[in-house]
Structures are given as C-alpha cells and as structure tokens.
Design a protein around this ligand. Structure first.
Ligand code: ADP
Ligand code: MG
Length: 721
C-alpha cells in the first residue's frame, strides 16, 4: 500500500456517516430464540409421545430412542424449512479450535422430481469424512472415517446468510474407534465425571439424588477496527495481530476508554450483534468499552456449560460477521496491538445441585458446610493441577498476554477475598477465632458471614478469583474455545470432590445422620478433611497484586509453577501422573491426550512460522523500500546542497542519511537472522528475531515521513472508527 492509499483509507473511514439509528423493532419477546429448535418448537412440530420421549433424552441425558429419530428429523426439517432453510449441517468443534460445518441440501430426487427430506439416520450420525482435520495421529487418512453424532443437549439452530439459511445440528466428532477428534466429546465426558463426583458428595451430605448443572458465563473481549485499515495490514490479515507498529502517543494512559460512552457506529454494531444473538437464544446481557482504545466486551448471562461453550463459538462468529457487514473487522486475537491491553475470555464457572448454586455461601450451617467443602475441593484441585490449568490456556496468542503485565500472570493462584481468606485461615487453625467481619466459624455449627459480592472486592490481577458465588478464571484467551479450560477444570475438581467423598465414606460417617441433621463426628471428620486440604494447598491462595514482580519471587518460593511460554506449559499434558488423571476419569485416553498435546504444539509452531514469514515479507517489500526512499532523498538533497554550495541544512541531512542508512543495514542483518531462524524451524529464535526486527522498524516509523509510511498506524487504527 503506498502512502496515498493509506491516506485514502484514513479519509474514507473519517468520512463514514455511521449506520441508520436503531429502529427499536428488534428484541421482541416472541423473536427470542426464534431460530432455535426449542422445546416449544419441538412441541409444536412433534406428536405428543415423541416429544415426551425426546424431552427425556434432553433433560436426563438419556440416549436418543432410535425409534423416534425419524420423526424428530422430519419435524426438525419441517420447522427449518418453514424458516427458509434449504440445507442442514452437523456443526462441530474440531481440534483446530474453531467450528466446522459441511452443508447438505434436504434434497432427494424421486421419480425425477425433487423432494425435501431429512432422515433420522442423517440426524443422528453424519459422516463428514473430514480427513483434513488435525487428529494428532489418531486417524491417518487411509483409516476409518470420522463421524459426527448429534448432541441433543444442545439444541439445533438456524444460521442465516444473505439469501438463505442452514439448519445446524450441534454434534460430537469422533473416529470410528470411538476416540474423540473434537472438543465437545471430552467436554461432555468431563461434565459427566464432575456430575457423578458431586452427586457422590451430596449423597454423603444426605442429599437426595438431584441434577447437577455446571454453569458458565464467558465474558468475551474483542477489538474492532475499520476494515480499510485491516485490509492494508498483511500482518492483521494473516496472523490476527500487528507484527509492527510504533505506539500511539496516546493509547490507554488516560484510562478514558474503559466504560466510556460507546460511539454510535460501535453501538449500532453491538445492537445488530445482540439482535442476531436474540434470535439464536443467546442471552447477551452486558456491553461496554474495555481498557484499550477500540477494545470492547460482551457478556452473556450464564448457561449450562455445554450450551454456553457452543453459544460462545456462535458469539465469536456473529461478532465477525456483523463487523464485516458494517465495514469493521472484529479482532479476536489475544494481542492484536502491542503496548495496550490484550483480550481475554473470563470464564465464570460454577456448579448447581438441584438448582442451588454450590458456591453460594448460603445462610444455614448445613449449606455452608457444603459450600466450604466445594471451595476446598477447588483449592486442592487448582493447586495440585496448576500446570494442567495453565496448559489448558496455552497458545501462541495468549503468550503475549499471560505474564505480560496487563493480564493475569502465568502463575496460577486463587484469590478468595479478605473475608473468605480469613475464614479459611480459621478452618486451618482449627480453633475458630473471631472472623474479620463476623463471628467465629465452625463447620456444621456456624453460618458464614454474608460475603461481599460487589465489584469493589474484586482483584482483577488474579488468574483464578472467587467472585461471590462462582469462580472467574481469567487466563483463557479471547479467541479460544471455552471447552479446553473447562474440560481440565471439571476433571481436576471432580477428582478432588471424589477424593473428599470417598474419604468421608472410609471414615464411616456417611449415612449415620438423622434426616436434615449431621452427627457431631460427621462435622469433625469433615472439618479435619478441609483442614488438611488447606494446610497442604494454601500455597495457591494469593490475595495480593498478581502484576507485581515480588509476587513472582514469592510464587517461586512457594513452589508454584510459572511457565510463560506455550511449549513449556504444554508439557503438562505429557506428564505421566497427569495422563493418569484424565485416563482414570475417562475424559481422555492416553492416546487422545498425546494427540492433543501434539496438535497444540504443532499449532503453536505453525503460527509462529506464519508470523515470521509474514514479518519477513513486510520488511522486505514494504518497510525497506520506504526507508530506502528516505535514504535516497536525504542523499540527493545533500548532493544538491553541495552542488549549490549551500552548507546550512547539510548537518541534519547527513544525520538523516546516517539514521536511514544504518537503519537499512540493521534491518538487513536482522531480517537475515529471522530468515535463518525460520528456515531452521526454530520457534524461540523466530520470536526473538521478530522482536528485534520490530524494535528497529518501530523506531524508524517515528522518523519516516508520514506520507511515506506504508502501513496504517496505531494512532489511526485504534482511534479512527
Ligand atoms: P462482572 O463484574 O465480572 O461483570 P457479573 O456478576 O456481571 O460480574 O458476572 C459476569 C459473568 O458471570 C456473567 O456472564 C454472568 O452470567 C456470569 N455468572 C454469574 N453467575 C454465575 C454462575 N453461577 N455460574 C456461572 N457464571 C455466572
Ligand atoms: Mg468479570
């Protein structure tokens, strides 16, 4: 892009009039989830008996009765056709981290005439072949094909585009050996394992058998920039982040963007997004400006975990598509711009039993005993498996965030808040003293003081924070699927919950209680179990500022792992004891785990190499020519001054010639080094060579004439929209 093109892009954006004002037509109650095959749609389209059977499958997680599959498929097809759908697809979450779909028309030819059909077989199982998806060695292309299987717990929905619509059926994706090739299968397995463990524990507490619901509310951060800028930046286009770019003199120093007035163009965009989500039954609730300029957030209301993960994938897709329609680009990369905040996806996670949130402290001693037990289970799990939790959020993009001073550090620790930390301390000491804000604490006797839930008690620097009635895991990257971190979280917490439940059984205190009342020994045993957990795992608790460097020293002293880079972090998936945790839980077989490790590592390396090659090309074809032109200009001016016998100005011209000339030499050396690192396939050297190259380029950007700079600048991309 030459200078004129850049300037043209700026004026094009500046001249935008914005979209039409919001007409207030959308968000009608009747339109909520209008594009989802909801229970009420099922009821309308299915015979009564079939509907009742299908409900059992959905609500109780029972396998679908094959005898009704045909009827369900037929109803689903009629419902979809009534809404303009001509095609269907099994919609799944392959290991690439995005979503996949292969469309088939509802078309058959009978007696030479077209008819619209959809069979039960096509609903339940699909054979997309899809042999090009990463399988980490589980499935070589000549082997059995992969198949997709309907997940009835996540409803089918319709995706619309300009002139048509497609019925999407959420599915799991497996090899014929049964091994998982996707993110949904292990997520469903991990949910089952956690549900069983929680049921076991609740039985110990004398609770009747009830439904366990794991809930998730993922807050989604993103950047929006004008498409004109985006198209002029090969780095954004190919890698999702800027590989070069001097900082804007003003960026986020004034903190004036966070919660600031939302610009009209953006508000129109957000409204359009919400309208789409409304029809998809995705309860988008909160929208605001984030800390960095041009950065925003969308938070949905929490939902059941599996559904929420699917919905977050759709949220990302809708954000991208609506941005595109509005001449914007939604950047979901964890760090599109250096020097300003990156984007995360706060993973608000909780567990309910019979509709009661187990992380809600409650008002009676019985509920509190359960709350403290669950809390301790999480403390044990997170400390014991901090490496796995860290590995679950590892990736090339997130490496720029974690530990980079404006996102949670790569050290996994738990924030409880002062009051709860004080209660936990009392539990450990065993001799209840006066709590900070209320009276003493003894399990089964005392109630907890009401814990604050408001934002004032939030520690934004903690990667894993208790926030009143849920845990907020802040390390996941903005582009990641929610499945990964929650698979790990569910599995490790299930292990701890199960361990506590079986210890209580071994102590022979279970089933000795009168209805609604526990024996003294039950409480003593429980208090003892929790005390031990806290003693052993309190090192993971940290209420201070996670961004301070002394925390890293302190964390090291405590023996907490701190792996800043993805290849190191991913090694957690290869450790024997970790493989066993997943194998024992039945969430990943050893082969599945190895394959995931290999895919994640390969993905990381590939991304680094793409970045390296992109940086090289930009330097060779865009940056060096711009510097060369400046260099030539100063030399020519010097020569002219000499010819005319003019001495003034030559000093500064000579300085410029030296600046640009030595810049060219440095760039030459650094690009050679980068080229070598790439040719040897060395990620680490590629990253450091790119960083060195960037420092030179960004410095030169500050000196090259604004007319000549070939790339949209930070001050333009982040502020002109
Ligand atoms: P914040 O101050 O972080 O914005 P909110 O209370 O608004 O806090 O919650 C943020 C997210 O947490 C929302 O998506 C919300 O739906 C979700 N959330 C609230 N309660 C739960 C819960 N019990 N389980 C899972 N997510 C929850
Ligand atoms: Mg939050």
């Amino acid at each position: 892009m030459n200078s004129c093109a850049r300037k043209a892009a700026v004026s094009k954006v500046a001249g935008l009039k914005g979209c039409a004002p919001f007409a207030g037509e959308a968000f009608k109650e009747a339109d909520y989830a209008a594009d989802v095959f909801t229970k009420s749609a099922m009821k309308e389209y299915l015979p009564h008996d079939t509907y009742a059977k299908l409900l059992q499958t959905i609500d109780q997680g029972q396998p679908l009765d094959p005898s009704i599959a045909g009827e369900v498929a037929h109803a689903m097809r009629r419902w979809a056709s009534d809404r303009g759908a001509t095609h269907y697809t099994h919609w799944f979450l392959p290991l690439t981290g995005s979503t996949a779909e292969k469309h088939d028309a509802f078309l058959e030819i009978k007696n030479g005439l077209p008819i619209q059909t959809f069979s039960g077989k096509n609903l339940i199982v699909g054979e997309p072949d899809a042999s090009s998806f990463p399988s980490g060695g589980i499935r070589s292309t000549f082997e059995a094909r992969g198949y997709t299987a309907w997940d009835p717990t996540s409803p089918a929905f319709i995706k619309r585009h300009g002139n048509g619509a497609t019925l999407c059926i959420p599915t799991a994706f497996c090899a014929y050996t049964g091994e998982a090739l996707d993110k949904k299968t292990p997520l469903l397995r991990s949910m089952q394992v956690l549900s069983q463990a929680v049921k076991h524990l609740m039985k110990c507490f004398g609770k009747k058998d009830d439904k366990v619901t794991i809930t998730l509310g993922p807050e989604q951060e993103y950047f929006l920039i004008d498409k004109n800028f985006y198209l002029s930046r090969p780095d954004l286009l190919l890698t999702g982040r800027t590989l070069f770019g001097a900082p804007s003199p003003k960026h986020q120093q004034l903190e004036d963007h966070y919660f600031g007035t939302i610009k009209n163009r953006i508000l129109n965009f957000m409204t359009e997004v919400e309208e789409e989500l409304w029809k998809l039954g995705i309860p988008s609730k909160t929208r605001h400006n984030e800390v960095a300029p041009a950065q925003f957030e969308l938070a949905p209301m929490f939902e059941e975990l599996n559904l929420s993960c699917d919905h977050n994938m759709l949220v990302m897709e809708v954000l991208r598509q609506v941005a595109d329609r509005n001449g914007l680009v939604c950047l979901l990369h964890e760090k599109p711009f250096a020097g300003v905040n990156g984007s995360g996806k706060h993973n608000n996670w909780s567990i309910a039993y019979g509709g009661v949130n187990l992380f809600d402290p409650g008002t009676d001693p019985h509920q509190n005993a359960i709350f403290l037990t669950m809390l301790c289970a999480v403390i044990e799990a997170v400390d014991k498996h901090a490496d796995l939790i860290r590995a679950a959020v590892a990736g090339a993009g997130n490496d720029h965030r974690l530990g980079a001073n404006e996102a949670p550090p790569a050290v996994i620790s738990i924030y409880l808040g002062d009051q709860l930390a004080d209660i936990v301390r009392q539990l450990e000491e065993g001799k209840p003293k006066r709590s900070k804000h209320a009276s003493a604490m003894k399990i089964g006797v005392d109630t907890l003081p009401p814990l604050p839930k408001d934002a004032t008690d939030r520690n934004r620097t903690s990667p894993f924070a208790f926030t009143g009635n849920k845990f907020e895991f802040r390390a996941p990257g903005s582009s990641a699927s929610c499945a990964g971190p929650n698979i790990v979280l569910n599995t490790v917490v299930a292990e701890a919950v199960e361990r506590i439940a079986s210890t209580m059984e071994k102590e022979d205190v279970v089933g000795k209680n009168e209805p609604g009342k526990h024996t003294v020994r039950f409480h003593e045993v429980l208090q003892d179990i929790l005390k031990k957990i806290i003693k052993e795992h309190k090192k993971v608790l940290f209420n201070g500022d996670g961004y301070k460097s002394d925390w890293l020293l302190e964390a090291e002293k405590r023996g907490l792992p701190n792996t800043a880079k993805t290849p190191d972090a991913l090694k957690a998936f290869t450790k024997k004891e970790n493989v066993e945790v997943f194998a024992k839980a039945g969430v990943f077989s050893e082969r599945e785990m190895t394959s995931r490790y290999e895919i994640a590592l390969e993905d990381y390396k590939t991304k680094i190499m793409i970045e390296g090659n992109c940086a090289l090309e930009m330097v060779d074809t865009m940056i060096i020519p711009a510097i060369k032109s400046e260099y030539k200009e100063s030399l020519e001016a010097l020569k002219k001054a000499g010819d005319c016998g003019v001495a003034c100005g030559t000093e500064s011209l000579r300085d410029q010639a030296v600046l640009f000339g030595s810049g060219l030499d440095t760039l030459r050396r650094q690009r050679d080094k980068l080229e070598e690192a790439i040719s040897q396939g060395k990620s680490c050297e590629t990253i450091s060579s790119m960083a060195a190259l960037r420092a030179t380029v960004d410095n030169l950007e500050k000196h090259v004439s604004d007319e000549k700079w070939p790339l949209p600048k930070y001050r333009e991309m982040l502020f002109i929209y």
